[in-house]
Design a protein. Sequence first.
Lengths: 173, 117
Amino acid sequence: MKDAKDFVATFILALVVYLFLTLASGIPMVEGTILWSLEELIMGLSVALIVAAVTSHILCRSKNFRMLNPARWLIMLVYTIPLFLEMVKANFDVAYRVITGRIEPAIVKITPDLKTDLGITILANSITLTPGTLTVEVDDEKSELYIHWIKVKDDPDEVISGRFVRWIRRFAE
Amino acid sequence: MIVLALVSIFMAISLIFNGLGVVGLHRFPDVYTRLHAATKCTTFGSIFMAFTVITYSGAMFYWSNDAKYLNMALHTLGAVVALLITNPTGAHAIARAAHRMGVMPKYAVKDELKEAR
């Protein structure tokens, strides 16, 4: 029964991605069709079936279906806004350091205390995406991240990851 | 008119940050700091170049109602998502490999990863 749930989850995800990429293939509107043309709908269904059959055991490895909740995806979408704001701020900081050459690099350790793989992955990616900080190594067991920081300041936990962790805890835990 | 101004502004931001990325690649001393310059400024620059395409094709779709413009905007959005996932992953892989090979950060004030090993 669990396998069926894997299959359906992967199928829906693949179908949504396919439909997203072929959106508006039905314009100009033919009688009786929606935004997608009939060919694309049939193709999308068959491709999603094949993808689900081949990869469902990879995608749902943790056997935890909390990410099926659409509210989590919505929060993840909202999370891109603070992420983008941090990126803008940090981009100007790094631009300043590129021009002046004032750097004081160090590798610091942070302990974000996130339990899930997805949470740690998103946190590490967010940190690397924010200019000036770069995830060098992840310690899975102790949930520690080693981060190369272009200009060290005090309290790395709060300055680097404080906001990110609070957001990620809302949808990935 | 507004669309043209927006497109120009986005393209200018993108070019400035891509240019800064190149300058940083030459100025910074070691592999880690160069990764900062190369991947970060390039990500930001590329994202704004994608915004340029999305703005332009979105406006063209609004005016001409031609589905190919909507497709272009959506596919560019997909490219941005792919960029946001792959770029930090690649940077992380390079940095991790460099540190495992024993390349130490130059001018580093402290290195807690080396102490942990």
